[in-house]
Design a binder for this molecule. Structure first.
Ligand code: SAH
Ligand code: SF4
Ligand code: F3S
Length: 433
């Protein structure tokens, strides 16, 4: 009988891909199969995120619950970004934890498993050429890392301290992995990195210097591959060549995540983001001009230290002008080992909450207006999920979530769908082709 692995994944898509790598290694080398039942697991893993304070605070209470519920002899391991930044402190505070595995040490999962109280959290460890075994959560699409780490130093962000310097994965390895994924049924690729359009600046060995635009061109030549998505591009690196390739390459999905963070030049400078409000708006204008159907999503932090009402109004101004299709908005959360942790001009909690609500309300209004424009339109949908047994859902090229009545026969298929009903997060339609 196979051993059972229970794995909880928090945080971003990079963590999701790391979890897939962990599952792949444990399946191939140790004979584990995944389970959703905590009590029957022989190994319990939490793949953690430390980008904001709340999930970190929750980690120890969750570990306590896992320890109480786990079966006799089961091991608990902590992986991911919080593992990187807390290291052996995790075992000091929760002595029943068997090992701690940092975000950039995923390939060592099969070693730490057999060493009691192992702590592997080196953020200089280079996994950029490690050949992981194959495992995909979805048969229809494949996540592929194109770089590890991050070279920026945004003053609020802990990620460079948990994932280390940026190293690009050689293009030939990415192409090989992509081809393999397509050969085994994936029609969509999701390329991952903290700054994907900074790809190709540094490799760990001697490799052909391919930039992101060229990587996209090469990947799109894979026959039977239909769609390419990626996250996150950085506004600073959105040069014309990249935007033009994005617009004209039919395999690149016409949805772009373009993380604003703030619309105020003063705050952007204090965040060390490297661009201005004007540059951001200029890039959006260029994108919309040559790709009118593009859908745009963004990340916004409100109440960064020193953000006054005028700064916040600048953020709202950008939101009104761009009319993002999706906004991930957060209250600023001070993080250890970041520059902003020492900034003293902290914004009151009440003001922060008010700004977050104001931003979210504005966005709801924008969405309600935008959503009406989808009615009766026809979108090509790639079906990926079966809901309640009789609805099948998927995404349009421009990232709208659309469901239709249907069965699992539609999964993995592309169909034209006419929108008949509007919802804030999901549209309903009927198949017309
Ligand atoms: N590399 C990506 C971001 C990864 S972190 C990029 O540059 O866009 C994901 C998001 O978390 C960030 O875009 C930011 O909006 C948010 N975030 C990061 N640090 C934060 C902090 N200290 N407080 C609140 N939100 C934060
Ligand atoms: Fe964090 Fe900035 Fe790097 Fe994104 S680019 S991961 S926000 S330091
Ligand atoms: Fe991702 Fe969270 Fe780490 S957002 S990079 S898992 S801190």
């Amino acid at each position: 009988m196979s051993k059972k692995l229970f794995i909880e994944t928090l945080g971003c898509a990079m963590n999701s891909r790391d979890s897939e790598h962990i599952i792949a290694q444990l399946r191939e080398k140790e004979g584990y199969e995944t389970t959703d039942d905590l009590k029957s697991a022989d190994l319990i893993l939490i793949n953690t995120c430390s980008v904001r304070e709340k999930p970190v605070a929750k980690l120890f209470s969750e570990l306590g619950v896992f320890n109480k519920k786990k079966k006799e002899g089961a091991k608990i391991g902590v992986c991911g970004c919080t593992a990187s930044h807390l290291g052996d402190e995790i075992i000091k505070r929760a002595p029943y934890v068997s090992f701690v595995l940092g975000a950039r040490n995923v390939s060592k999962i099969t070693d730490v498993l057999h060493k009691d109280k192992a702590v592997e959290v080196d953020i200089n460890y280079d996994e950029s050429e490690f050949a992981f075994n194959d495992f995909r959560t979805s048969p229809y699409k494949a996540y592929i890392n194109i770089s590890i780490g991050c070279d920026k130093s945004c003053t609020y962000c802990i990620v460079p301290k948990t994932r280390g310097d940026e190293i690009s994965i050689p293009s030939e390895l990415i192409l090989r992995e992509a081809q393999k994924a397509v050969n085994t049924g994936a029609k969509e690729l999701f390329l991952l990195g903290q700054n994907v359009n900074n790809y190709g600046r540094r490799f760990s060995g001697e490799h052909e210097r391919v930039n992101f635009t060229e990587l996209l061109r090469r990947l799109s030549k894979i026959d039977a591959l239909e769609r390419i998505r990626f996250t996150s591009p950085h506004p600073f690196h959105m040069d014309n060549e990249f935007i033009e390739e994005f617009a004209k390459n039919p395999k690149i999905c016409k949805s772009m995540h373009i993380p604003l963070q703030s619309g105020s030049n003063k705050v952007l400078k204090d965040m060390k983001r490297g661009y201005t409000k004007e540059w951001f708006l200029n890039r959006v204008e260029k994108l919309k001009n040559i790709c009118p159907d593009v859908s745009l999503s963004t990340d916004i932090i409100v109440a960064f230290p020193g953000e006054c009402d005028e700064d916040f109004q600048d953020t709202l101004d950008v939101v009104r002008r761009v009319k993002f299709d999706q906004i991930f908005s957060f209250k600023y959360s001070p993080r250890p080992e970041t520059e902003a942790e020492h900034f003293t001009n902290v914004v009151d909690e009440d003001v922060a909450s008010f700004r977050l609500t104001t931003l979210q309300n504005l966005h709801t209004e924008i969405l309600d207006e935008k959503n009406l424009t989808h009615l009766d339109k026809i979108y090509n949908v790639y079906f990926e999920d079966l809901n309640q047994g009789y609805f099948v859902s998927g995404r349009s090229d421009n990232n709208l979530v659309i469901k239709v009545k249907g069965s699992d026969e539609l999964l993995g298929q592309f169909r034209d769908v006419k929108i008949t009903q509007i919802g804030r997060t999901i549209l309903t339609g009927e198949i017309v082709g």
